[in-house]
Ligand binder design. Structure first.
Ligand code: UDP
Ligand code: MG
Length: 331
């Protein structure tokens, strides 16, 4: 049984070495149980020396395979690249910053052997700021009303996937990837496993408030057209209110005669309706934007250096660009 570890790395020069040490220790523990391990590291266009460290690691350890992107394509792209090149019978996806404790791998593999296709690690929110915890809770409550798949708080990309789940995920070739939802969409027998939230070992989290907000919007819009439906409902509710109010005003005018005041009403109505229209337009725009990206059929990533056999990719739309660093391309 071969287990692949897939880890996206973006500016992780300080931590990737100790990450590799730790997973390698786990690999040693699993070896007597009949599990081989390989490591697929995807350098997502880091600006630091991550690629050098990966090349160094691959020189020391033949089980290390790496891909390095021509620029930062985002974690989702790194994940798909890693999954595509993982050869394992099962694949463990985890962050390279040691926030996903490698000690859990043993237990995940056990659970996989008990028959689960997806073993999902769920982090507890201990140590998180209260505001973040509350926003997350509220967000998941709203999102789960709006999307078909069940999204769970604390569940991220730390999970073990069986080969058939990996193949299923790779069949989903959409450009806008929200893997948390994609994994949930795929289904198959799944189980969760809790772990304590750990602080980052080194480096910085690349999440800003804005990227979190955008990630949240992606989660809402990636799966179905329910937000469009919600916009429609909101519009209808507004129309009903407006008609009722109009009837009331006309009634009042008929009974009491025409009265001119109404400045506040007009301003409120105009700004309110304009705001709602903007939101609706935004929702429609988001969907159109997604269609726009999908029809372009651009590759998810471009590789500038790697030691993996890229023939798997030749059928796909992803492009290898050769440069001096790619000389170590293994046929
Ligand atoms: N990552 C990546 N590309 C990016 C941003 C992040 O490959 O553009 C990787 C990063 O190296 C790490 C993982 O994705 O292994 C999670 O990133 P981060 O720690 O910044 O996110 P957080 O843990 O705060 O959710
Ligand atoms: Mg992290």
């Amino acid at each position: 049984m071969l287990i692949s570890i897939v880890a996206p790395c973006y500016n992780e020069e300080d931590v990737i070495g100790s990450f590799h040490d730790q997973v390698q220790k786990v690999a040693e523990e699993l070896l007597p149980l009949g599990h081989d391990m390989e490591f697929v590291y995807v350098d997502d266009g880091s600006r630091d020396r991550t690629l050098d460290v990966l090349q160094h690691l691959s020189g020391l350890d033949p089980r290390v395979r790496y891909l390095s992107f021509s620029r930062n394509f985002g974690k989702e792209a790194a994940l798909i690249a890693g999954l595509r090149h993982a050869k394992g019978d099962s694949v463990i996806v985890m962050d390279a910053d040691l926030q996903h404790p490698p000690e859990l791998i043993g237990r995940m593999v056990e659970l996989h052997h008990e028959g689960y296709d997806q073993v999902i690690a769920r982090r507890t929110r201990t140590g998180d700021r209260l505001t973040r915890t509350l926003t997350a809770r509220l967000y998941y409550r709203i999102v789960n009303r709006l999307v078909d798949v069940e999204l769970v708080d604390g569940v991220g990309d730390f999970r073990l996937l069986s080969r058939r789940v990996v193949d299923a995920v790779l069949e989903l070739t959409e450009y806008n990837r929200f893997s948390k939802g994609l994994f949930a969409w795929v289904g198959f027998p799944s189980t969760t496993l809790d772990y304590e939230n750990a602080a980052r070992e080194a480096g910085h989290s690349s999440w800003s408030f804005r990227s979190l907000l955008n990630y949240g919007i992606d989660g809402l819009l990636s799966f179905n057209n329910r937000p469009l439906r919600a916009a429609l409902h909101l519009g209808m509710a507004l129309l009903v209110c407006a008609l009722a109010y109009t009837a009331w005003i006309v009634g009042a005018a008929l009974i009491n005669g025409v009265q001119t005041p109404g400045y506040v009403t007009i301003i409120t109505a105009v700004t309110g309706v304009a705001g709602v229209q903007m939101i609706m337009l935004g929702v429609i725009g988001e969907y159109t934007g997604r269609i726009y990206y999908e029809v372009k059929r651009r590759p998810h990533f471009l590789v500038k250096a790697t030691n993996v056999d890229r023939s798997r990719d030749l059928v796909s739309t992803d492009v290898v660009s050769m440069d001096p660093v790619s000389k170590d391309l293994v046929p």
